[in-house]
Write a protein that binds this ligand. Sequence first.
Ligand SMILES: Cc1cc2nc3c(=O)[nH]c(=O)nc-3n(C[C@H](O)[C@H](O)[C@H](O)COP(=O)(O)OP(=O)(O)OC[C@H]3O[C@@H](n4cnc5c(N)ncnc54)[C@H](O)[C@@H]3O)c2cc1C
Ligand code: FES
Length: 493
Amino acid sequence: MTSLWLDTIRTIPTDEFEPEATYDDVIVGGGLTGLVTALLFARRGHTVAVVEARTVGSLATGSSSAVLSQLQGVQLQKIKRRTYQGIVDAYVQGNREAFDWVIAYADEAGVDLQRRDAYSYATSRSGLARVDAEYQVGRKAGLDLAKTFDVEVPFATLGAVRLRDQAQFDPLDLVAALVSDIRALGGLVIENAHVSGVDAGEPATTHTSLGDIRSERVHLTTGTPILDRGLYFAKLKPRRSFGVALRSVPGDDLPTAMYESADHPNRSFRRHRDLLLVGGNEHGVGRASSEAALADDLASWAEAHWPGAERSRVWSGQDYATPHGVPFVGYMPRGHGRIYIATGYDSWGMTGAVSAARMLVSDVLGDNSSWMKAIHHRATLPAAMAVGLGENAAVAWHFARGWTRALTNPLVEGETPPEGRGRVGREGFRPVARSTVAGETCALSAVCPHLGGIVAWNDQELSWDCPLHGSRFDATGRVIEGPAKRGMHGLTD
Ligand SMILES: Cc1cc2nc3c(=O)[nH]c(=O)nc-3n(C[C@H](O)[C@H](O)[C@H](O)COP(=O)(O)OP(=O)(O)OC[C@H]3O[C@@H](n4cnc5c(N)ncnc54)[C@H](O)[C@@H]3O)c2cc1C
Ligand code: FES
């Protein structure tokens, strides 16, 4: 379902595509990372074009809870466990500068942004241990964190860590301002142009559904990189989570700060105007038995704690986690120094995307600051390797499970799934994905065109989702997101 932000009508017209045009920098993907990258390059006098497959901000950025905070749940201790203090310090410094950049930019561009305190709170003893660890690691990295038992939420908590004066906003307001400023500097933002490949020649050529364009450099800011060079799809963990907007909560009961739980399952909440916004139930893409049940569980949790609250909107979105918790930013291997990537914000992209965009620009201009150098030169420790190996084992398990289940479940010939449902099974020796949406039954090959995983039905978004590397397709098989470059095959392909 469309998020609260994407449902608000804004006029962000697309620029005209000029085939064979040449730019300094082509940016693939018009989310927060791509748009900030384009603006920063345009401000340095580069000619830029952003090429977006759908509409700007329509994936993770437009699904975001848009909490702009340097206190990020329990992220810092995760990074500390898997790397070392120097990387935590660099990550915090990058986020601090990104935070300041967004605050200053919102002010100058007239984006409505509200300052709020941020809390990571605990409801269990293990959560309290995480709260304490976040306090220790964050303080060491220079964050002005405070421990508190004064947590104004409608349920019992054991304590929290707080960072004053963070921020929240409507991410599409920021997107609209960025597009307008890129244009004012002569840059182009082209929508509905799907990029299918990039040749790292001199100049580089970007192949889009509207034609080819050329540039000195190409920046892939597409969530997971759309090119398989560097095998980033195998290093990233694709995760989905939900957003719920609830109305009819009395004003005095709406949260005055932004809260993130340190417990499992994860919960976050904040206020947006007269609505309560709740997020959580993060899970692996294509790995939940019912996404609709997870969404319902989150909404029911909110209704139980804010009596009288009524669901007005439920949506979900996708982000990517790296094995060490620090984004991948920089040159793409075998991209001849012409192709760059930025991904892996682990659900903290409101600062992470801006930090990454600043790194991309500094990489090209050769003015990396010390925190950027520390992130580029980080060593991979056994703890991060173990996380990566664990994810690879999970991928292998989901591959085997998907094929076994598909081949041992014969589909009944002519059977039509009920409205909003999808089924995977065997027709002859072929895994087939059959669904019914808006009265149309569609039968496709259930084999993901990326690397052969078996897709699973997402009963919340009515999409086919691949549990291996997170590619997603609509009911007719068209690519929505992920590393797959083409759609699911029809049965006659
Ligand atoms: C539910 C949810 C809640 C979140 N809440 C928070 C929060 O409170 N605070 C926080 O800091 N972070 C949060 N995040 C994370 C944050 O929203 C993301 O990290 C950030 O928006 C990622 O931005 P992006 O530009 O990298 O990706 P996206 O916004 O996904 O942009 C990538 C773009 O690339 C385009 N694209 C992909 N493939 C192609 C192609 N082949 N050709 C052309 N274009 C292509 C896509 O259409 C898309 O528009 C949340 C994320 C989710 C999912
Ligand atoms: S996304 Fe890689 S196999 Fe499906």
